[in-house]
Design a protein. Structure first.
Length: 218
């Protein structure tokens, strides 16, 4: 696990050790999620790469939204046995109203940017948003079930045939936010790899938001 602590929290929510809201290896064992192990260090500690949108306004929105951090933040990551699926989890506490504003920015990103590019080194990688109606993870059915508000979307990054599939669930609970991200290679719909990913997502979606929100696990 990794902890980012820039300054004392100004949130009106009761003080809490944010790491207590993260999924742990023992939580996985109790939930029967046997194919995943916790990494020694989070895989997503790096700042996001520069992004370019269809217009200068949307470029600014993309970089503001994806770079947004909380005043306090903790992260952890899990990987399955053959390293084909990585699950990243982050919990942050933000200044009063900042979590709501960040979620509003992310909604604008997903509503207004069907595609954008990420610049990593000398490579520009295209990211394409999957239409919720075409997404087998059924984000529009998932979102109403969590917290004060939730937002879930899937993105495909890279050239066709070598695309990474990135599905992120964002949950806001007052001034705290959960980011739960699943990363894998894009699989043939209906194939065995897609089925494995769907099973893993279902397990973590039942576990991580419940722990973040203080609900019974399992």
């Amino acid at each position: 696990m990794s902890t980012f602590d820039a300054s004392p929290p100004s949130s009106t929510a009761p003080p809490v050790d944010l790491e207590e809201l993260l999924v742990t290896a023992s939580d996985l064992a109790e939930a029967g999620i046997e194919d995943f192990a916790e990494l020694d260090a989070p895989s997503s500690d790096e700042d996001p790469p520069p992004m370019t949108g269809p217009t200068p306004e949307l470029t600014a929105l993309l970089n503001r939204a994806f770079a947004g951090k909380g005043e306090r933040e903790v992260r952890t990551s899990f990987v399955n046995a053959d390293s084909t699926i990585v699950v990243d989890e982050g919990v942050s506490e933000r200044a009063a109203g900042a979590a709501e504003a960040w979620m509003a920015d992310m909604r604008q990103v997903y509503a207004r940017c069907a595609a954008w590019t990420m610049s990593i080194g000398d490579q520009d990688i295209t990211v394409r948003l999957v239409d919720p109606a075409d997404d087998p993870s059924e984000p529009l059915a998932v979102e109403p079930t969590f917290g004060d508000e939730a937002l879930m979307r899937t993105m495909l990054a890279g050239p066709v045939g070598q695309q990474a599939r990135i599905t992120t669930l964002l949950v806001r609970d007052g001034d705290r936010a959960l980011e739960l991200t699943f990363r894998s290679l894009a699989a043939e719909p209906g194939g065995p790899e897609a089925a494995r990913l769907a099973t893993a997502m279902s397990a973590f979606l039942a576990l991580a938001p419940a722990k973040f929100l203080g609900l019974p696990l399992g």
